[in-house]
Ligand binder design. Structure first.
Ligand code: ZN
Length: 496
């Protein structure tokens, strides 16, 4: 048995000014890893591709990994990057194989395509019409028909924060292996609901997504080969952004259809609970201060969530609105993760550890798609630490995966320790803080540029959380984003 195993992952925020060339998929190298380098980069980690590798090895299968390409979310993927990755995968399939296992995202938009994954799958299907194709997808998939038409089995994450990525790889891969062994006849039913859930209301610990994902797991316990409810990624102005479901059954298309319809109806019923109400920033800041003043001694930090500028949703990670409000309010005993500003890092490295420095921090990137200019903020402090910015995640999200935030420095204003980084990294893992010598549990306030993923590794430390609406391309304000290409009518843009 011979398998082709590959990864092509990118969540595209079509409003993001952050470019997505091939190098963004290569973490410090010129091109993404392939072959043995790809295997050693991911083996033993919490990724879906690691699950495919484990399954192949346990089955004694021969396998090739033509490429493992994952990039932090950002603007549309450059056509040349997509072509490079797709060509590598197709070239491996041309060599002949019994099955293809793909670790994809499901919300990749390129300069030319609204559905990068669908195009990749179409090309693979054209080369190998009868070869089973198993696909692991992120819960933020914006499902296009081509993804379903040109694959055999789809499994999506059932958690947000995404802590079941490896298990998702197992779910998709096991069905394909069972099919090759003549023990399963997968049949898929897929569909969309006309709704655009706000990301801030999508957490799988919260209702209604908690119940939706629980029902998916129940369907799998009742015989579905895979059941997936995708909440979708709304910061993408494309026709089929939004919620969808895919159910795979063993040779029973009617049951797959019935379960798909049940999931979509359940989500539609709860559509109002997926709407996020934005609190004005001044109110959030006052609430955070009151919470910190009232918290018992020894309790963890009040988390200020700068959710409009999360790099794991394509944010520039350099808007200064929330951090600026913290500075203006004189909040003390705080840490902030992080401001993306490679030039400021270089200034701090040049000044040296211990030096006093005044910087125009952040705000280097304009956001033309939402009509905003970058606005740096003058900050004075001391260079507390400089490091290479590399660490491995402790987990539970992205367990064991190598993370690289590039040259990194900590600016201490006396009241706030500001982590300044050169490559985008979302704070969802305690290791992001230990790598820069900060003990977040000791802080009075913790500012995080994150939306939901911070919960994975940091929520247990927090005394309270205050969601702060700052500035950025991850805004939950659909009117600010201006969604023009999404199909209409769609809730909540239309009352329905
Ligand atoms: Zn996601």
């Amino acid at each position: 048995m011979k398998l082709v195993i590959a990864q092509m992952k990118h969540e595209t925020n079509t409003f993001s000014p952050v470019p997505t060339p091939l190098a963004r998929f290569a973490t410090g190298a010129e091109v993404p890893p392939e072959g043995d380098a790809a295997v050693s980069a991911y083996r033993g980690t919490g990724s879906a591709i690691a699950a495919f590798i484990d399954l192949a090895e346990a089955a004694g299968a021969e396998y090739t990994v033509p490429i493992a390409a994952a990039a932090w979310p950002s603007g549309p993927v450059h056509d040349a990057a997509f072509e490079y990755i797709a060509r590598k995968i197709c070239a491996a399939v041309v060599q002949g194989c019994d099955a293809v296992l793909l670790d994809l995202h499901g919300a990749m938009v390129t300069q030319s395509l609204a559905d990068g994954e669908g195009e990749l799958l179409r090309r693979i299907r054209a080369i190998a019409p009868d070869v089973p194709i198993g696909v692991a997808l992120d819960m933020h998939t914006n499902l296009y028909d081509a993804m379903v038409d040109h694959s055999t089995v789809i499994a999506g994450y059932q958690t947000y924060p995404h802590v079941d990525v490896y298990e998702t790889g197992l779910r998709a891969g096991k069905v394909v292996l069972a099919m090759l062994a003549g023990k399963a006849r997968p049949t898929m039913a897929a569909g969309r609901a006309p709704m655009l859930p706000h990301v801030m209301r999508q957490g799988s610990d919260d209702s209604p997504n908690q119940e939706l994902q629980a029902r998916c797991r129940e369907m799998e316990a009742q015989g579905a080969l895979c059941a997936s409810l995708f909440v979708g990624f709304p910061n993408a102005d494309i026709e089929f952004a939004g919620l969808s479901a895919v159910v795979v059954t063993d040779g029973d298309p009617a049951l797959a259809t019935r379960w798909r319809d049940e999931l979509l109806a359940m989500a539609w019923e709860k559509r109002q609970a997926f709407v996020y109400r934005i609190e004005p920033l001044a109110e959030s800041m006052a609430r955070a201060k009151a919470l910190a003043d009232a918290k018992p001694a020894g309790s963890g930090p009040v988390v200020l969530l700068d959710h409009s500028d999360n790099c794991a949703s394509g944010g520039t990670m350099d808007t200064m609105t929330v951090l600026g409000a913290m500075l203006d309010a004189g909040l003390d005993g705080a840490a902030a993760f992080a401001i993306y500003d490679p030039a400021a890092v270089q200034q701090m490295i040049a000044a040296g550890v211990g030096a006093g420095i005044t910087l125009a921090l952040g705000g280097k990137l304009d956001m033309p798609a939402i009509g905003l200019k970058g606005e740096p903020r003058t900050v004075t402090g001391r260079v507390k630490l400089v490091c290479d910015g590399r660490f491995r995640n402790y987990g539970p999200m992205g367990r064991g995966e190598q993370v690289d935030m590039g040259p990194t420095a900590v600016l201490d204003t006396g009241k706030i320790q500001i982590v300044v980084i050169s490559d985008h990294v979302e704070p969802h893992d305690l290791a992001a803080f230990t790598a820069v010598g900060i003990a977040p549990e000791r802080c009075r306030y913790l500012m995080l540029k994150s939306r939901v993923h911070w919960r994975a590794g940091l929520r247990s430390l927090a005394h309270a959380v205050v969601e702060c609406a700052g500035t950025g391309v991850c805004s939950s304000d659909y009117a600010l984003l201006g969604l023009h290409k999404v199909r209409r009518p769609i809730y909540p843009l239309d009352p329905m």
